[in-house]
Design a protein. Structure first.
Length: 166
């Protein structure tokens, strides 16, 4: 069974013709230009993207069969998604955030540290929040620390440098 991958959240309407303000959930705000269709969470329907434009980090989208403000309003605070066959090919050593969430994290010595609970995008590098029972660690996503990522087995191996887990 295919999994839906959220690519945006409908946060408001725009105008009276059915346009919706969509907050992109991707690192490329203009990702919608490459998509022919998305799936709407509200009704689980595949809808063709009829028009899209961008302003200040927001995508303004018009979807098939949503052609007035009232209908568009009913989609507020819901998500638009794609299937994995619509994902872009990533360069080596790059990963989708949804692939990393929930991943088990071990040290190079084999010690279990916990699971990735959240990912913070700081600009310089991502930071993984690792949670194990009541303990929480913040791990920078840099090559000196992250040594192995196995998406298939949901496992990450990190090098514990001095002061990292304190």
């Amino acid at each position: 069974m295919k999994e839906y991958i959220k690519v945006g959240k409908i946060v408001n309407t725009h105008g009276i013709k059915g346009y919706m303000k969509c907050l992109p959930m991707t690192d490329d705000v203009e990702r919608f230009d490459e998509l022919e269709y998305v799936y709407t969470e509200k009704d689980n329907v595949r809808r063709k993207i009829l028009d899209v434009w961008y302003r200040k980090g927001i995508a303004y989208i018009m979807l098939e069969n949503i052609d007035d403000m009232d209908t568009a309003e009913s989609f507020r605070n819901t998500f638009v998604s794609i299937f994995d066959d619509q994902l872009r090919e990533l360069p080596e050593d790059s990963y989708y955030l949804f692939d990393l969430e929930g991943m088990e994290v071990y040290t190079t010595d084999g010690e279990y540290l916990g699971k990735i609970n959240d990912i913070y995008q700081t600009g310089a590098n991502d930071v993984y929040e690792i949670v194990n029972n009541s303990k929480s660690f913040l791990i920078p996503a840099v090559k000196d620390v992250v040594k192995e990522v196995n998406v298939k087995d949901k496992k990450m191996v990190i090098n514990v440098i001095e002061g990292l887990l304190e």
